[in-house]
Design a protein around this ligand. Structure first.
Ligand code: FES
Length: 71
């Protein structure tokens, strides 16, 4: 976790973002959630773009940053 978003240039396609905060490839899921009830946040990105993925765990628009880290 970090107190700012992860800024990631994504290609088009289905992405799985970590929700357990144990991934070693943040913000992407690396399977570290296995054995827990937590599942990654899976989203479809229709075209390549830069995204801001929540790094603080407080967003209300998961998996994307909503500025909650600065409030
Ligand atoms: S590694 Fe965290 S949700 Fe998969």
């Amino acid at each position: 976790m970090q107190n700012k978003p992860y800024i990631v240039k994504e290609s088009a396609g289905t992405k799985a973002y970590c929700a357990c905060h144990k991934s070693r490839t943040m913000p992407h899921c690396d399977g570290a959630h296995k054995g827990t009830d937590i599942r990654p946040c899976v989203v479809d990105i229709p075209e390549a773009k830069t995204v801001a993925v929540c790094g603080c765990g407080k967003t209300r628009t998961a998996p994307y940053c909503d500025g909650a880290h600065s409030r």
